[in-house]
Design a protein around this ligand. Sequence first.
Ligand SMILES: [Zn+2]
Length: 384
Amino acid sequence: MFAIKRRLKLNKQQHCLMAQYAGFSRLVYNYGLDLFWQSVDAGLKASDSKRIQAIKKCLTNVTKKRAEFAWMNQMSSKVYQSALQDLQTAFSRWRKGIAKNPVRKTRKNKQSFTVYDGNGVVLVKSGKSIKIPTLGTFRLQEPLKESYVSQTFTISREADAWYVCFAVDAERIPPIMHAVAEPVGIDLGVKTFATISDETEIEAPKPYKIAKTKLGQFQYHNRNKQCGNKRTGEKASNSAKKYYKKLARFHKRIADKRQDFLNKTTTSICKKYAHIKIEDLNVSGMVANRKLSSAISDLGFYEFRRQLEYKTPVFGSKLDIVDRWYPSSKQCRKCKHKHDGLKLKDRVFNCPSCGHTEDRDLHAAINLANAPDDKCSRVGSSRT
Ligand SMILES: [Zn+2]
């Protein structure tokens, strides 16, 4: 099972339509949430699902028939049914202790809604447009290369753009032959993003760094905007509102660049190597070092690992996480001497015992590739 997400190419009218549906979905969600607690306060005893069934009936039989809500009849019923389904899921997640209690949605939350085909899965044809059940046909920014089948479609807004996302229940790629069969180690670093034990080096993209600098400049130039304050009732100036819009686009662009880079990198790694070994990231230890923590969260090490975890089974390769106490960077790979004097800033590994000299990252990557099985835990099928 995997999900496909595409940006929609909408005209003004379609833009409005999406915003209307997102608003409708939010309204129904909040309506359901309010009625839910009102029925609890009134002392009515029922299970969550029964309560939500009753709310659905109330919406269709009472509220929708009132003149001021007549417009609801023109909206797709799938949208409000999905919204109430979401509400039920939110309640059950809360009951299980997985999530906080459901709260009202506001315009500032992520705008999204879900539609589905009542008759089951539908064919999503390859090409430049997509037919979304009950909504119609829309153009896509990037074409679909293959045809898929799916039932549920979620439409969401990020910055100024609308996206469609649908789940496909299939294996993505037929089994493939990997160019490299023997295990490789990957060392992640701040200077070189990833160093692979076969001497491949992967650099983080430069445009990303430039975008970060520009963002900083932009925020500095707008430091005196009247941003508004809810408590004092001070309103945000018009230019501040514009600033927030532009800022959201900035963040989105940076996040897109990073996601694009990570996706391309992890896909090519999973395609090329049959057996990958990476170090277990010491989350708390790394984040405690403040200088490193910003660089690491920017680079997306966790996202890198997460993508490897779900992509390796798709491409038929194996992923091992090497124990975080395995001395991959400190222990000389030639004579096994533990070099405790190695500092973070040292770029070259220089063994004081046997004199072996090697690039620090490459040395660590080779050590990871040679990590013994009892120091590794397999991700996926045979995890112990
Ligand atoms: Zn040595």
